[in-house]
Structures are given as structure tokens and as C-alpha cells.
Ligand binder design. Structure first.
Ligand code: NAD
Length: 473
């Protein structure tokens, strides 16, 4: 109920304030085995989070199968294992992130006339935070930010997506079983509930979703001067430098691009959105895409339990509209599975075949497939005169979350890096930037701001506090 939200906010705030005001943290008790928000407490909660996911992996997989027809293997690979691994790593690395030592922070050595002064930098929890997550990778995109909040020492209210109700309800049952209810809570609901939640003052809002809603949330946050992390999407291009690639490289490129596109049936923020390629390489590229798809789904993607479905009727209607309205020529796929055929449970029936559409060079810019983020297994090919023209096209549009480029040329790599802006640049693969924990992930401009995972998520939830101690003499 909405009336509960204010109470929950007040109780999380009281938890945080109590932990702040006790200069000597209270000794462990039966309800809280470690002093609230101390390092051992945070490490314990991170391990508890890993247990939550590990011990309930089957139920979590099943919930996403019911809600969005997501194949188990995809949930295991991109969500279950990723979150367990990152929760464990966060627990292990936390001391180093915070700054080792009893007082948690980093002493800074001053020189010259300030040599006798004591200076420190401490990474302090911002306070009670709000995490709003989307439906497309709901386990990762809810619990990965939560890892950062726990690591930082911030109590959190989690608002998972109403588009995946089975998952969200399951999470609301599991969180209080595994995590400290004084510090971590789940709120269920849709727009009316989140609107009320946004009236309250949060110390930080971590939002993952689309740019339209990000603007609504930013406006609400601005009323309280609340800092935010915005993990958004957009159109991530793929540049293919055909001249530098041999037959085998082009084959591997097509395979990796198609793989990036069929994951979760294209419903991922880093899906390759469209291809920029010179006309001479298009026939070979499309035939290698076809071969790759045949090897992934020998009996056809729509007959495979390992191929995802479109999440909702509204999105399904939108995707069918794209296929209907494009002026391009469908060269691979194009089929949809409507009605009650196909897989029996949940979203099973809303299937869209992996589809490649060849656009006409002269009219491509106005095509419906080149307007908004596609977020579906449709891959348009845009013929361009050269790699330079491809880069000019990318520069003329909003900064994407990622730019993919397939090339063996170091000069082209340099041009891509120097001549464009995006959250990430990935050469010769797709999707795998998400598997590298050592580099930050996030957007720029329309694709958002702020970074994750691990240490970078932790840093979203802390502020740097300077401490200066000047001697009297
Ligand atoms: P969604 O519809 O589940 O919405 C996300 C959250 O916003 C939900 O919790 C929902 O309750 C809330 N919301 C919806 N309407 C709201 C409103 N009017 N006011 C306040 N809150 C509201 O998910 P979505 O936005 O369709 O997610 C897909 C988008 O997210 C795509 O654009 C995708 O690229 C992007 N995305 C980005 C990342 C990333 O890490 N950068 C990851 C996944 C998805």
C-alpha cells in the first residue's frame, strides 16, 4: 500500500541515522550479528545476497520463463552467475575499495608549509538510496546495483519492474529472508507507486531503463537535488570495415554480431542496433549471418526453447509495426509467432524470428528502423560509401552506449576511438564488454551517466569526504 512507503522510508532513514550517530558501533546482537553498516556487516550482506541467488536459482529462472519466456541458459549465463560472482567479488574487494585500516579512508601526505597537517579522504555512504530496475535483465539490473549500495553502506529501497510481476513478487519474498530488513526493502508496483516513491527524498537514485522515463525520474530527483545514476539505452551501431577483413574474419564477425542480437531476442541495451557496411561486402555478410543463425537454431529459432520471446503485447505490437513499416527488404527471417502457438507458458507465443533487413542507401536515414532503439531481434543493414562515412553517420547521431567495430586495421581502430563518443568501444565482438569486470560500463549523453559494476557501482553510492586536521602549534 502507498501509505507503507513513507513508513518504510522513515525506518530505513532511522537505520542509517542510528548507524551514523553511534561513534562506537553497538556490539553484535542476535538480530544483527555485526554492528550495522560496519565492514563485516556489509560483507555478510553481500554473501547473503550471493546465497539468495544461488539457493533460488531455479525459482528465479522459472519466474523469468513465466514472465518473458526467457531461456534458462540465458538467465544462468547473464544473470545468475554474474550476480553471484559479483556479490562474492564485492565482499572480497570491499576493504580495498573503502581503504584498509580501522578508520576506513586514505591518509594523504602533505608537503611544504602544510607538512604538519593531517589530511584524509574518506568514502562515505550517501544515505538511503532508491534502485529502480527494468524487466529485460531484472536479476542483474536489480541486484548488481544493490551490491554497490550494500558495499557502500547505504540502506536501499528496491523497485523492480511491474512488467515482470512473477520475478518481482519472488524478489519481495526472498529479500527479507536473506537480507537485513532494517536496511533493504522491496517495493512492488507500477507508475502510481513509483510516482509516490519519487516524492520522498532519497540520497541517490540508481535508475536503469529508457530515456523517456529517465527524464520523469530526473525531474522528480531535481526537487530534492538528489544525485542519480542513469543506465539507459539507445542505438548502438556496428561498423564493419570489410576491406580489412578476410573471408574467415567476416564469417566470425557475422557470427558474433548475430549472437549479440539474438540474446534475449534483441532486448538488451547493448544489442547491435544496426550495421554500417560498404555495399561490396553485403552479400557475403548476409550469407554468413544466415549460416550462423542456422548453426545456432538448426530447427529454426521460433521452434527453439533456447530462443527468447518478446516481453509484452505492447512491445510485440511495436515490433510487428517495425516489420510492417520498414521500407527495407527482409533478407533473413521476418516470421512472427502470434496467438497461442509455440511455447506454452507465459510469453511463449510472442516470437519474432531473427531478422535481417537490407535498407536502401538513399532512403535509409528516414526508415522506421533507424529512428528509435529497436530492442528486438531485427538487424537493419545500412550501406555506406566508406568507413569514414560510417563514422560521420555515428557522429551525427546521439552518443550510443557502445560502438562496435569489426576491423583488423589499427588505423581504423584509432579513427573510431578518436572520432566518436560512446560509453564503450568494442572491437571485433559484441556483448562481451559486459563480461570484463575490470572496465567500467555506462553511457554518455542520451545513453546515460554513471558507471558499474563492482567498484564503479560502489563509487556511485559513496561521496568523497575530505578530513583536514590542523595542529594548534
Ligand atoms: P521498464 O518498463 O521495466 O521500466 C523501468 C523502470 O521504470 C520500472 O521499474 C518501471 O516501474 C519504471 N517506470 C516506468 N514508467 C515510469 C514512470 N512514468 N515514472 C517513474 N518510473 C517509471 O523498462 P524499460 O524502460 O522498457 O527498459 C528498457 C530500456 O532500458 C531500454 O531502453 C534499454 O536500452 C535500457 N536498458 C539499459 C541498460 C543499461 O545498463 N544501460 C540495461 C538494460 C536496459
Amino acid at each position: 500500500p502507498l501509505s507503507e512507503i513513507t513508513k518504510i522510508h522513515a525506518s530505513l532513514s532511522s537505520t542509517f541515522l542510528t548507524s551514523l550517530s553511534s561513534t562506537k558501533p553497538s556490539p553484535p546482537s542476535s538480530t544483527t550479528p555485526y554492528p550495522l553498516l560496519s565492514l563485516p556487516y556489509r560483507q555478510n550482506q553481500l554473501l547473503q545476497l550471493a546465497s539468495l541467488v544461488q539457493e533460488n536459482a531455479d525459482a528465479l529462472c522459472h519466474s523469468l520463463w513465466v514472465d518473458e519466456g526467457k531461456p534458462r541458459q540465458e538467465v544462468l549465463m547473464a544473470e545468475i552467475w554474474a550476480v553471484i560472482d559479483r556479490a562474492l567479488k564485492s565482499a572480497r574487494e570491499l576493504e580495498a575499495w573503502v581503504g584498509a585500516g580501522a578508520e576506513m579512508g586514505e591518509d594523504v601526505k602533505l608537503d611544504g608549509w602544510q607538512a604538519g597537517w593531517k589530511a584524509r579522504i574518506e568514502k562515505k555512504a550517501k544515505g538511503v538510496v532508491l534502485i529502480i530496475s527494468p524487466w529485460n535483465y531484472p536479476i542483474t539490473l536489480t541486484l548488481q546495483p544493490l551490491c554497490g549500495a550494500i558495499a557502500a553502506g547505504c540502506p536501499a529501497l528496491i523497485k523492480p519492474s511491474e512488467v515482470v510481476p512473477t520475478f518481482s513478487a519472488l524478489l519481495a519474498v526472498l529479500v527479507p529472508k536473506y537480507l537485513d530488513p532494517a536496511a533493504y526493502r522491496v517495493a512492488l508496483g507500477g507508475v502510481p507507486e513509483i510516482t509516490r516513491i519519487l516524492e520522498l527524498k532519497w540520497a541517490h537514485i540508481f535508475y536503469t531503463g529508457n530515456g523517456r522515463v529517465a527524464r520523469i525520474i530526473s525531474a522528480a530527483a531535481a526537487k530534492h537535488l538528489t544525485p542519480m545514476t542513469l543506465e539507459l539505452g539507445g542505438k548502438s551501431p556496428v561498423i564493419i570495415d570489410g576491406a580489412s577483413l578476410g573471408e574467415e574474419e567476416l564469417r566470425v564477425a557475422a557470427r558474433r554480431i548475430v549472437w549479440g542480437k539474438v540474446n534475449n531476442a534483441g532486448q538488451i541495451c547493448v544489442a547491435p542496433d544496426y550495421i554500417l557496411i560498404e555495399p561490396a561486402y553485403i552479400p557475403q555478410f548476409t550469407s554468413t549471418c544466415r549460416a550462423a543463425l542456422e548453426s545456432f537454431f538448426p530447427n529454426g529459432a521460433l521452434n527453439s526453447p533456447d530462443y527468447g520471446r518478446i516481453v509484452s503485447e505492447a512491445h510485440f505490437a511495436r515490433v510487428k509495426g517495425l516489420l510492417r513499416d520498414t521500407k527495407g527488404r527482409v533478407v533473413i527471417g521476418g516470421g512472427v509467432l502470434d496467438g497461442s502457438e509455440g511455447l506454452q507458458e507465459g510469453a511463449g507465443a510472442r516470437g519474432v524470428e531473427p531478422t535481417v533487413v537490407l535498407l536502401d542507401e538513399a532512403t535509409a536515414a528516414d526508415d522506421v528502423l533507424l529512428q528509435d532503439e529497436i530492442f528486438a531481434p531485427i538487424l537493419p543493414i545500412v550501406p555506406v560509401a566508406s568507413v569514414a562515412a560510417a563514422l560521420a553517420y555515428v557522429r551525427a547521431h546521439e552518443h550510443p552506449l557502445v560502438i562496435y567495430a569489426f576491423t583488423e586495421s589499427e588505423d581504423v581502430k584509432r579513427e573510431v576511438k578518436a572520432g566518436t563518443m560512446s560509453g564503450s568501444v568494442v572491437f571485433n565482438d559484441t556483448f562481451n564488454q559486459l563480461s570484463v569486470d575490470e572496465i567500467p560500463f555506462g553511457g554518455i549523453g542520451e545513453s546515460g551517466y554513471g558507471r558499474q559494476p563492482l567498484k564503479w557501482t560502489f563509487e556511485e553510492f559513496v561521496y568523497l569526504r575530505s578530513v583536514l586536521d590542523v595542529p594548534f602549534r
